[in-house]
Design a protein around this ligand. Structure first.
Ligand SMILES: Cc1ncc(COP(=O)(O)O)c(C=O)c1O
Length: 379
């Protein structure tokens, strides 16, 4: 059987990883400044994380959600404390798309309405409702398309007000990323977020904050929206939550009532996944990774801001978009093949997306900075 060929692949075969480095089968070393799409939060194979997973494997790795699982309770407790959302309830699933799918469904169950407002540049995943609120017609199949999903322009308050004026009574939820990642590191304004919140309250719509990419300390806050004065009704998370072990979560305001069978999953919240997610939170707290993300993000920006061909830097903590005066794909290729550094791109072709592990130090960071300077100087 062959693989279904949907991914453009680099010709690189990583076989080992540690901290911010990967090694291929020939022993060549690579610096990871992208974390496999923002997934690696505490560094590859962190010894504490490895230990927790090994320990759990020796005990029990899976049983379904038909039995008590104290690891889920421990995870919810630690997540509530570290994120500051102690009074919210947690539903565990397996991925970012699944978290958003459940959030959209829960909102609709809650207020009985069916329309969803989303924003230009958004990416919320590839499952049915999640892809319908993703601004990329290439990945929305006819089966997913519906007029119930309404797009409004990013940071455009007037358009938002206009849509609510005409359709507000039918809008079940508004879904927005804490910071748009795939869209090219787009940061919402306080004014925009406050208007969304006010309109949601006025029209009994649910505010869903997608923190799948921007959450888990990446922005220097636990969730990117916490820089602003705004409280979402539902927050979704995944990526950095398991540092590579698939797990997603939906943080739900206490006003939402749970009932048997309302949501569900076979694998979500299994023992191994919880062990991984608990290890991530323990390391984040112990190693003060939110502070490090803030500090190292500032360091990178200061060092690169005057490099040639950089038009702007859009950034919070270690969620960094470097806008070049050209398509970034050649720069990205040179960083990878000539300097052995992984970086990312975005739907905005000129934006190089940098998402290193939250525990990077100056040594690894200087490797990236020097390589970027060499590549940009040579243009
Ligand atoms: C903001 C955001 N939401 C949702 C998703 C979907 O997550 P997953 O690929 O785990 O389904 C992504 C993935 O890139 C994302 O960036």
């Amino acid at each position: 059987m062959n693989l279904f060929n949907v991914y453009p692949l680099f010709n690189i075969h990583p076989v080992k990883a540690e901290g911010s480095f990967l090694w291929d089968e020939k022993g060549e070393k690579y610096l990871d400044f992208y974390g496999g799409h923002a997934v690696i939060s505490i560094g590859h194979n962190h010894p504490y994380y490895q230990g927790k997973l090994k320990e759990q494997l020796e005990k029990i790795s899976f049983y379904s959600n038909s039995v008590q699982n104290e690891l889920q309770t421990e995870l919810a407790d630690k997540l509530g404390k570290l994120s500051g959302y102690e009074d919210y309830n947690l539903f565990l699933c397996n991925s970012g798309a699944e978290a958003n799918e459940n959030a959209l469904k829960l909102a609709s169950f809650h207020n009985g309405k069916s329309k969803v407002l989303y924003f230009s540049g958004s990416f919320h995943g590839r499952t049915s409702a999640a892809v319908s609120v993703t601004d990329n017609p290439k990945i929305v199949a006819p089966v997913n398309y519906s007029e119930r999903f309404i797009k409004s322009d990013w940071n455009d308050i007037e358009q938002l007000e206009q849509i609510f004026k005409t359709q507000g009574n039918d809008i079940s939820s508004v879904i927005i990323e804490g910071i748009q990642g795939v869209g090219g590191i787009m940061i919402p304004t306080q004014e925009f977020l406050s208007k969304i919140k006010t309109l949601c309250e006025e029209y009994n719509a649910v505010l869903i904050m997608d923190e799948v990419q921007s959450g888990y300390g990446r922005s220097g806050y636990f969730f990117a929206h916490q820089e602003f004065e705004i409280q979402p009704d539902i927050i979704t998370t995944a990526k950095g939550m398991g540092n590579g072990f698939p797990i997603g979560g939906v943080l739900i305001h206490p006003k939402f009532e749970a009932s048997n069978g309302l949501l569900g999953t076979t694998f979500g919240g299994n023992h191994l996944a919880c062990a991984a997610a608990i290890a991530v939170l323990d390391v984040m707290k112990e190693e003060k990774l939110m502070e490090n993300a803030q500090h190292m993000g500032d360091y990178i920006e200061q060092k690169i801001k005057d490099f040639p061909h950089i038009k702007s830097i859009r950034r919070k903590g270690l969620m960094i978009g470097i806008e070049l005066d050209r398509d970034c794909s050649e720069v990205r290729k040179e960083l990878l093949y000539d300097h052995h550094i992984f970086t990312g791109n975005s739907n905005d072709k000129s934006v190089l997306r940098i998402l290193p592990a939250l525990n990077i130090g100056t040594q690894e960071t200087d490797l990236f900075i020097d390589a970027l300077q060499t590549v940009l100087n040579a243009i």
